[in-house]
Design a protein around this ligand. Structure first.
Ligand code: SAM
Length: 222
């Protein structure tokens, strides 16, 4: 579901307070030229992620679902020069485009894109002692969102922030569909978060250039 007014308002917000620059514009253009799907976060959503990371004082970020690295760039720009962002991407072609976009943005010293299924990469990160991360952005295959939040908890510290994108899906979240793994995965995510005493969470609906969707925001409290 989209609405011309939502697009117009997103454009207004973006042009006034979250304007693109050369690297962000080039990241989207490079991703489109390489045939990647146009499913990156909207610019004002990227700015929201950036501000959340800054408010959190994040020095380390784990992203699950890189695509062409557009959200990665927004997030990495919130980090100090000795900060670190690891982004997990299943598709080697997406990862390659992202690495080019991230290098063009001058962020390749602090960003690492790891190729492979996130559920394979996450145990490796744990084995390496890579955590704790200050902020997690989960934006990959929605069916595995419950598993990704479980892994985020393992790789977190008290005070870590977890953001999960696309939890509304045009409102379909309230209409359980056993044939839609993204919906069943997202509903399982909410059940998991509700039952998890170490998480304090909320979720908000959003409308805009990306249609009708929403995000879940959680803080690790212990
Ligand atoms: C919605 S896109 C990410 C968009 C990106 N966060 C942005 O806003 O610029 C989802 C990405 O997750 C990747 N993905 C899907 N399944 C995955 C998995 N099992 N492990 C890691 N990445 C996966 C897809 O290949 C795709 O590039």
């Amino acid at each position: 579901m989209t609405n011309p007014q939502w697009n117009a308002v997103d454009t207004y917000f973006t042009e006034t307070i979250a304007p693109a620059d050369e690297a962000l514009t080039a990241a989207l253009a490079g991703s489109a030229a390489a045939g990647l799907p146009e499913i990156a976060v909207a610019p004002n959503q990227g700015k929201l992620l950036h501000l959340l990371a800054r408010i959190q004082g994040a020095r380390s970020i784990l992203e699950i679902g890189t695509l062409g690295g557009y959200s990665t760039i927004w997030l990495a720009r919130a980090l100090p020069t000795d900060g670190r962002l690891i982004s997990l991407e299943y598709d080697p072609a997406h990862a390659e485009v992202a690495r080019t976009n991230i290098a063009r943005a001058g962020l390749d010293k602090i960003v690492e894109v790891r190729t492979g299924a996130a559920l394979d990469s996450l145990p490796q990160l744990e084995a390496e002692g890579a955590g704790p991360f200050d902020l997690f952005f989960i934006d990959a295959d929605k069916v595995n969102n419950p598993r990704y939040v479980e892994w985020a908890l393992k790789l977190s510290r008290p005070g870590s922030v977890i953001v999960v994108d696309n939890v509304v899906r045009g409102g379909r979240i309230t209409a359980p569909d056993p044939d839609d793994p993204a919906i069943t995965g997202t509903r399982e995510l909410f059940e998991l978060v509700a039952a998890e005493p170490r998480l304090d969470a909320t979720a908000v609906q959003t409308v805009g250039a990306k249609g009708y969707d929403g995000l879940l925001l959680a803080r690790v409290i212990g």
